[in-house]
Structures are given as structure tokens and as C-alpha cells.
Design a binder for this molecule. Structure first.
Ligand code: ZN
Length: 389
């Protein structure tokens, strides 16, 4: 960890203290006055990106906090702030959305968070965090289940393992991977839902999928960025989802080891799970611009989206990224690279940091629970079409 800031200040109005010196912590304390604080967000080490924040505040019980995070016009996705509400928890289990407003003009772009404390200590984050401890819990308890094999694919630059869980007896090779962008923690909650379906002996979708396919699950592709409190990059500021054409041990060993493992098995279906800062909807992006595009690939990709849209009102196909014109795919990105390299049906799933505006939940916004449910629905849809993949 670097540049972690612990600040404490006293005043007659009642002192508060703010800290981010923990797993995935990120905040810079500029000033504290009474129960108000002016804060900033630290850049991902070695890069220009910043957007992820996660910190705790100790304050007198019942205090009305005024927390302003400033300088956000220069963040990775300034359009992510209008309509966004910060996540807050007093027990680190239940997270809700705090009263939050965006002022584009004040102090280089200011997010104003207003919240009354109850117990006297609370945590705030860009999205409910997913700690490396929780990641180890997920790996350990899943690996202990019957029929699940654990495999270490390689190591990150900080020497953390790139964990892979494998299960299923079928021929079709399915790769699901999350958190290339470490601040997109909803992706690992999604993975919990997918794993629940795949490992439940009583779940018929899971049973069918295990019979037809071999699953390779990577719940966290970027443990270094996760622990360091990064939004988008690994320990040296590299965006892993721009490394898939030519990963190197120096810049992107995380991608290098995963791609090598994929070469061993081939890839029939792949899903790369993400969060999107700006668009208040769940959507999927594909591989339309790859040189070797086939009708079969495209048909299956569209069928997956259409079926998912029928299955859950939390998914839609109207809003999303512009479709890449023919031949213009960015092969540094995993979805395009895997579709081109393996002829895979591959896709990037994006969940919002804000909410699904078609079906909003003002208390929780988009949430870990909805991410897990979507993971379950995604596996059910895959089961519906696994024969044809
Ligand atoms: Zn992402």
C-alpha cells in the first residue's frame, strides 16, 4: 500500500477521523472541519485513472456528516457522477445509498455526500467492496465442494495467485472471468451467483451445464489492483483489458497466464464481467468488428442477449456501447481477442455503478444482491443454449 492517508482533526464542533489504510482503501483527506471534510481520490499507481474510493469515518453518534470529494472532473469517467449515489455501511455487511449530489462546477467537480451516523463509525465506497479476504473465502469454500478442482494459473506482479476454479464433465470449454478492472467489484458478486448455480447439486441448470461443459472460473483477474484500491489497473498502472493481443511478464502476467491456460483448452464460450460507471443499465458488448467474424458466432451472441432480456427485467439490449464497424475490432480487449483467436462466442457483461434506471431501487441502487441474481440468470440462459455453443 502506498500513500494511505490517516487524518484526524479536532474542533469544538466535534472531531471526526478518516482512514483508508486497509484492503482496497482509497481516499485523500484534504481538510476536516467539524463534521465536514474535503476529500480527494488517489490515482491508480502508475496511471492517470481514478474513480474508486473506499474509506471509513469515525464520528460522534448522530453526527450529520458533510463529505465533499473534489477534483472529480479529471476522474476516469466524470459522466459517472451525475445521478450517482455513494454506498455507505455501518456494519460492513448491509450497504445502502447515501444522499449524494454532483456539482460539476465546484472545486473541479464535487461529489457531495450527506449522511447522519448512527453508531459513530461507518464505511463509504464507490460500490460495496469485495475484499481479498472475501475472495479467499470464496475460493476456499468452492474448491472444497465435490467435483471442483482448484488451479493456480500464475502470479500477479505483487505475487498474488491468479485463482481458477474448474468443474463440469462436458466437452464445451466455458471461461468466465471477472475484475480485470479491480474497482468493478459487482463483477465478483456476479461470480458468486454463477458459482452458486454451478455447484448446487439440486439446480437443474447447473447439472445440465456440468454435464455439457467444462467451466473455468476466474473470480478475480486483478488481485493487485483490488488490494491497492485501484479503479482500472494492476500494480504498475496497466489496464489488463488492453493487453490480450500481446501480454508480457513485465506488464501483464495476469493476462499472460490466463491466455496460456485458454490455449490449452480452447474457448467455446467466454464472459468477461465488468461494471460501467456511466450507463444506468445492464448490457452486453460483443466482438462484431473482428476480422474472422462468422454468422454462427454472431447469431449465438445475439440469441444469448435476447434470451437474457426475456429472463430478467434487469437486462436490456437498447442501451450500451456503440457497435464496432466491420474489421475495426480492438484485439487488445479480451472479448474480441477470444472471439478471433478461438472462434468463441464471447461477450463483455456490464453492470451499472448507478442503477438500472428501468427498474430502480432507491435504497440500494445496483447492488451485490442484484449482481448475484444476474449471475444466476446468466447461467440459466447459458444452460438454455449450451447444446448449440
Ligand atoms: Zn471494466
Amino acid at each position: 500500500m502506498t500513500e494511505k492517508t490517516i487524518a484526524a482533526a479536532g474542533s469544538a464542533a466535534g472531531p471526526i477521523s478518516i482512514s483508508s489504510a486497509f484492503d482496497s482503501g482509497n481516499i485523500v483527506v484534504r481538510t476536516i472541519a467539524g463534521t465536514s471534510a474535503t476529500l480527494g481520490i488517489r490515482r491508480d499507481e502508475g496511471s492517470e485513472f481514478f474513480q474508486w474510493f473506499h474509506f471509513r469515518v469515525a464520528a460522534p453518534p448522530g453526527a450529520q456528516l458533510a463529505l465533499d470529494i473534489v477534483g472529480l472532473a479529471g476522474s476516469a469517467y466524470p459522466e459517472g457522477w451525475p445521478g450517482y449515489h455513494a454506498c455507505v455501511s455501518e456494519d460492513r455487511v448491509n450497504w445502502v445509498r447515501a444522499e449524494t449530489t454532483w456539482d460539476a462546477k465546484a472545486d473541479g467537480g464535487t461529489l457531495r455526500i450527506r449522511h447522519r451516523t448512527q453508531s459513530g463509525i461507518l464505511w463509504l465506497a464507490y460500490f460495496p467492496p469485495y475484499s481479498m479476504d472475501r475472495h479467499h473465502d470464496l475460493i476456499g469454500r468452492t474448491a472444497a465442494l465435490p467435483g471442483v478442482a482448484y488451479r493456480c494459473l500464475g502470479y500477479s506482479l505483487d505475487n498474488q495467485p491468479i485463482d481458477c476454479l474448474e468443474l463440469g464433465e462436458g466437452e464445451k470449454q466455458v471461461w468466465l472471468y471477472a475484475r480485470q478492472h479491480p474497482g468493478e467489484t459487482m463483477a465478483e458478486y456476479w461470480m458468486e451467483g454463477a458459482i452458486d448455480v454451478l455447484t448446487d447439486p439440486g439446480n437443474s441448470h447447473g447439472r445440465l451445464l456440468r454435464q455439457k461443459a467444462r467451466f473455468h472460473l476466474i473470480p478475480n483477474m486483478n488481485p493487485d489492483g483490488s488490494f491497492r484500491g485501484h479503479l482500472r489497473t494492476n500494480a504498475v498502472g496497466v489496464n489488463l483489458n488492453r493487453e490480450w493481443h500481446a501480454p508480457t511478464p513485465e506488464r501483464s502476467p495476469e493476462v499472460l497466464c490466463v491466455r496460456a491456460a485458454m490455449e490449452e483448452t480452447g474457448v467455446a464460450f467466454a464472459m468477461d464481467v465488468h461494471g460501467d460507471e456511466s450507463i444506468p443499465a445492464v448490457f452486453i458488448a460483443g466482438f462484431e468488428g473482428i476480422p474472422s467474424l462468422t454468422e454462427r458466432q454472431l447469431d449465438l451472441y445475439r440469441r444469448y442477449q435476447d434470451t437474457l432480456a426475456i429472463r430478467t427485467p434487469d437486462f436490456q439490449t437498447k442501451r450500451g456501447y456503440p457497435i464496432t464497424p466491420p474489421g475495426r475490432a480492438n484485439l487488445t480487449m479480451s472479448t474480441a481477442q477470444l472471439a478471433e483467436r478461438f472462434g468463441a462466442v464471447s461477450m463483455t457483461l456490464e453492470m451499472p455503478f448507478k442503477d438500472n434506471d428501468d427498474l430502480p431501487d432507491p435504497v440500494n441502487g445496483w447492488s451485490p444482491a442484484r449482481s448475484r441474481l444476474l449471475g444466476r440468470d446468466c447461467m440459466a440462459v447459458l444452460a438454455e443454449m449450451i447444446e448449440d455453443i
